[in-house]
Design a protein around this ligand. Structure first.
Ligand code: NAD
Length: 435
């Protein structure tokens, strides 16, 4: 049983903590947000993530998972320390590493014996060296090993992704650290989950290259969808036909109103800035960023088109505020941009989301929030289904029509049958299906 401290108990730290405890380790999740730790200690889960509560409860009851805000004490008591704090985009477009620096300093000041320091946060190539330098400069006597262990979980299916990953990436220059880390992930190691062992810089790059590639795939299919619309092809069928090719795969070939989330937008920016610093062209990444900005604007244009360019004073119902289904995370959600633009244009916005409304309210207190989709759409002129929650997939379109003031729908995730919309005489807009 390894004694592990995870510093940063957010979407990644909390799921990783619960998952590593499930693998048989003794884990303490730490955060500077005392309120969050108090909630966790009283059995409350601060984020919406399917299956997380039961995993946490099980491991707390089994005496393997703990929560604490005493950073210094927990650093001293653990053998392996994971850094899982946020690395948002800074004002210069690069990753803001201030939280990572702060944690590295705390680790240095409390390093009382040999430990493994392992970064799970997504950090630009070279950060591992920087963290080592910080720790060495403040504590030259005690030995430590450094590991880069980027995380690939997806919000909404994070528990499953953590417990059953496609691969584990470990970057280090220490064979002792590799051996210890294989023990940390012992059940996966025994199951023959691929473990990619590499140098620190390579591990750091694998994470950015993976996220950028997935984002590129989305931007690509979004542009193809827009062309499909112009030429009368059906993106649904095109993506299906493409995805059957094993070299392409059907994943991340779903068009929509642009990607959001806490990772893709910021990681693309960070990678692009890294390329600029190193005077290496990354034209595909640059284009992916631009395409995504265009796609978010296109969503607003489509709603305007439904309103016949007369949106001032109209009531628009937004179903779905999170950046994807099954999460309460709204970071960079396309709904943020759409709601902001519609409000600027003088529309009034009704909103409903099964999990993310409380987070959205903080940024948009003037939107009218409802506790069901039915209340949200009642009397609205247009309904925009921004996030493909299952609850929205199951909406009876006949009932939707009866509740709306006008039967107009924007379906950017293409979740409704065009035949059905046509038969009910909806005026509709989607992405890539002008059929
Ligand atoms: P988050 O904002 O949800 O959580 C970060 C946590 O760190 C917060 O609870 C915050 O209070 C805490 N924190 C900040 N400074 C601290 C400090 N000095 N000491 C202790 N705690 C501190 O962020 P997240 O979504 O969990 O992302 C964390 C990292 O993982 C990022 O680098 C992100 O890019 C990466 N990542 C995220 C995902 C994802 O889906 N969210 C997936 C893979 C990788």
């Amino acid at each position: 049983m390894k004694e592990i401290a995870i510093i940063g108990t957010g979407y990644v730290g909390l799921v990783s903590g619960a998952g590593l405890a499930e693998f048989g380790n003794k884990v303490t999740c730490i955060d500077i947000d005392v309120n969050k730790i108090n909630k966790l200690n009283s059995g409350e889960i601060p984020i919406y993530e399917p299956n997380l509560k039961s995993l946490i409860n099980k491991n707390c009851n089994d005496g393997r998972l703990f929560f604490s805000s005493e950073i210094e004490k927990e650093i001293k008591n653990s053998k392996i320390i994971f850094i899982a704090v946020g690395t948002p985009t800074g004002s210069n477009g690069k990753a803001d590493l201030s939280a990572v620096e702060k944690v590295a300093t705390s680790i240095a000041q409390n390093l009382n014996e040999y430990k493994i320091i392992c970064t799970k946060s997504t950090v630009p190539v070279g950060t591992g060296e920087y963290i080592k330098k910080i720790i060495k400069s403040k504590n030259s006597n005690i030995e430590f090993d450094y590991v880069s262990n980027p995380e690939f979980l997806r919000e909404g299916v994070a528990v499953n992704d953590f417990l059953f990953p496609d691969r584990i990436v470990l970057g280090s220059s220490s064979s002792k650290a590799f051996k210890e880390m294989r023990e940390v992930y012992r059940p996966l190691y025994l199951n023959e989950t691929p473990i990619v062992e590499t140098g620190v810089e390579t591990a750091e790059m694998i994470k950015y290259a993976s996220n950028s590639f997935l984002a590129l795939k989305i931007s690509y299919i979004n542009e193809i969808a827009n062309l499909c619309e112009a030429v009368g092809a059906d993106i649904h069928q095109v993506a299906k036909g493409m995805g059957k090719d094993g070299r392409i795969s059907s994943k991340f070939l779903h068009p929509g109103p642009g990607f959001g989330g806490s990772c893709f937008p910021k990681d693309l920016q960070a990678l692009y800035n890294l390329s600029k610093d190193n005077k290496v062209e990354l034209n595909t990444v640059k284009a992916t960023i631009k395409t995504n900005v265009n796609q978010k604007s296109l969503a607003v244009k489509k709603i305007l088109k439904l309103a016949e360019n007369d949106i001032k004073g109209s009531k628009i119902a937004i179903l779905g505020l999170s950046f994807k289904p099954n999460t309460d995370d709204i970071r960079e959600s396309p709904s943020l941009f759409v709601v902001s633009e519609l409000t600027k244009l003088g529309a009034s916005v009704n909103a409903y989301d099964p999990a993310a409304a409380e987070n959205f309210k903080i940024l948009f207190p003037n939107v009218d929030y409802f506790s069901s989709w039915r209340e949200c759409v009642a009397g609205a002129e247009i309904c925009a289904v921004m996030t493909e929650w299952n609850e929205f997939r199951g909406i009876d379109l006949k009932e939707l029509k009866s509740l709306l003031k006008n039967p107009r729908i924007f379906d950017p995730k293409n979740i409704y049958s065009i035949e059905k919309l046509k038969s009910l005489q909806f005026k509709y807009e989607n992405i890539g299906r002008n059929i």
